[in-house]
Design a protein around this ligand. Structure first.
Ligand SMILES: C[S@@+](CC[C@H](N)C(=O)[O-])C[C@H]1O[C@@H](n2cnc3c(N)ncnc32)[C@H](O)[C@@H]1O
Length: 234
């Protein structure tokens, strides 16, 4: 049976996939007795998660997988939660764990699409005073970038975990060019962008790719690439 891995799965957990995520809610969903006791303090967020997600922080570099053991590696709306350097390491790790000739599919929010939408919306305002509307095109652009977020305070117990594990903020954003360069530098070949779900040959992709993961106006685009069959000089 082919080994398919879904990294940064969130709630998009595939039945026939190894699903990995660093959220403590994923860990708690595997320890439901303890989670039940802690619910008055930590809230009920863990209840949305199915059991069986492999828990692990993936910003540290190493994927919890052996060399050349994976047939398909999928990751959607995760890489932008890593810094640029961590993202490069992530792609190298993906190359390490994939079998020669195996495929990766990475979906990220679309920096170019978001920027183009921002400029289009700004132009459409035509210099009108937007104070009465209350929402400016720049607000939506900033939301899409997600580089900011609520300020976390050590004094608020519920924020402690967020201070330690800042999994919701974006640390880097990609367009088609920069994601392709990252994949190429890691050693991938046959790099294609904008591969639609219906065009992808990956079996069982519909289990893990949610509707709207790929879309216009900055929502997201998909890159697919292949691990070379022959070891290349690096
Ligand atoms: C925006 S969600 C994407 C979820 C899903 N793949 C999707 O397409 O909707 C990002 C996921 O990555 C996880 N994540 C972010 N940073 C992480 C890290 N450093 N290690 C492990 N998981 C991380 C978060 O817990 C979250 O579930």
């Amino acid at each position: 049976m082919s080994v398919r891995v879904n990294i940064g799965c969130g709630l998009c957990v595939g039945r026939d996939w190894i699903n990995i995520d660093g959220s403590w809610n994923a860990w708690l969903a595997n320890h439901r007795g303890l989670a039940g006791l802690l619910t008055p303090i930590i809230g009920r967020g863990w209840k949305a998660w199915p059991a069986g997600v492999v828990h692990g922080d993936l910003s540290g570099g190493r994927l919890p997988l052996k060399d050349a053991t994976v047939d398909i590696l999928y990751s959607a709306h995760f890489v932008e939660h890593l810094t640029k350097e961590e993202g490069q390491v992530f792609f190298r790790e993906c190359l390490r764990v994939l079998k020669p000739g195996a495929r990766i599919r990475v979906v990220v929010p679309d920096l170019e699409g978001a920027a183009r939408r921002y400029l289009r919306d700004l132009d459409a305002c035509g210099g009108r005073d937007l104070r009465a509307i209350g929402e400016c095109p720049g607000d939506e652009f900033m939301r899409q970038l997600s580089v900011s977020g609520p300020r976390r305070r050590w004094t608020k117990a519920a924020d402690w975990y967020q201070v330690w594990y800042d999994y919701h903020r974006h640390f880097w954003m990609y367009d088609r060019q920069s994601l392709s360069v990252t994949a190429e530098r890691a050693g991938f070949c046959e790099i294609l962008v904008d591969v639609r779900l219906s065009e992808s040959g990956i079996v069982g992709l519909d289990q893990v790719e949610r509707a709207g993961a790929v879309g216009e106006n900055g929502e997201g685009f998909a890159l697919e690439a292949v691990k070379p069959r022959e070891e290349r000089e690096r």
